[in-house]
Design a protein around this ligand. Sequence first.
Ligand code: PNS
Length: 163
Amino acid sequence: MRIAIYPGSFDPLTNGHLDVLQRATKLFQRVIVAVAKNESKNPLFTPAERVALIKEGIGHLANVEVDAFDGLLVDYVRRHQASAIVRGLRAVSDFEFEFQMALMNRKLDESIETIFMMPKDTYTFISSRIVKEIAKLGGDISPFVPPHVETALKKKLKVPKKA
Ligand code: PNS
């Protein structure tokens, strides 16, 4: 069985993440979305909250599981007998970091491939960081995240309802 791990902070899930995930499910029999606990990144949502938001967003996808992880990604990949890491690539600006990570992970384990997938062009400018900033400043984030994530973000950030 071809298994892929789709790792990330997912703080929070965006429509861009969902687009990449959907594409990955067509290539792999099982895709595990692995939420990095990443406390050093000071996430807005706890790992459990991020996992729950993803689970709520993937009802339409049959071969996806969601989990949280700590420690080295390659160890997690090996533990789950996966053969690939899936990462979304939006723009040239993503490339340097992604290239470094992919080659480092390959150095750590030659048997694991990293597969990059481009999201739909309308999602290429979306990032969790920018979505959080727009939400914090009272902007409309509905085109960028699923409705339940929008609700959770507004609640978390205590954004007042518009009159
Ligand atoms: O969504 P992000 O924040 O860009 O995801 C980055 C992530 C979680 C994939 C990366 O930080 C990671 O793999 N962390 C696990 C620790 C690890 O293995 N680090 C070495 C990677 S070369």
